[in-house]
Design a protein around this ligand. Sequence first.
Ligand SMILES: C[C@H](N)CC(=O)SCCNC(=O)CCNC(=O)[C@H](O)C(C)(C)COP(=O)(O)OP(=O)(O)OC[C@H]1O[C@@H](n2cnc3c(N)ncnc32)[C@H](O)[C@@H]1OP(=O)(O)O
Length: 133
Amino acid sequence: MSSALYEGFSVTHRRYVPHAHAHYGGSLVDGAYGLGLFGDVATELCVRTDGDEGLFAGYTAVDFLAPIRAGDVVEATATLTRVGTRSRGITFEARVVCRAAPERGPSAADVLDPPLVVTRATGTVVVPVPAPE
Ligand SMILES: C[C@H](N)CC(=O)SCCNC(=O)CCNC(=O)[C@H](O)C(C)(C)COP(=O)(O)OP(=O)(O)OC[C@H]1O[C@@H](n2cnc3c(N)ncnc32)[C@H](O)[C@@H]1OP(=O)(O)O
């Protein structure tokens, strides 16, 4: 893989947060929910850059900036920032793009414009050595 080709390459997933995932008061989901989104979006990024799902080695920083709630529509983006021999440095951001508006009714919801940034992280994923051609 050429680093010049891929650094800055990004993948975004978007998902509705089911009410079954609410875990704390105020319909909050646990922080690990956002990290699950990051694992999935990193997996697609690695498939696209390296033809392999990769293995998450670790995070160097995770910041929970605002809660994710059941009923949110959340978008998670992984951006490739560093290409090592087998390691891939990735930054992550999760944003709420739609949120329930229960004061207007049980199914009412709004588009958040701008989206609300809820989680940021940096981490490293490791991919296998490419098989010889
Ligand atoms: C994204 C996934 N599809 C979804 C997941 O979340 S997977 C679930 C969680 N992760 C795991 O279960 C992985 C468990 N860990 C492992 O299997 C291994 O520790 C590893 C594969 C991640 C690394 O082991 P190994 O292949 O023996 O590593 P090394 O040969 O020592 O190093 C290879 C490169 O990786 C860099 N590196 C290793 N560990 C770390 C770390 N903790 N943090 C940052 N970087 C790490 C190492 O520096 C090498 O980099 P270069 O190849 O020189 O670029």
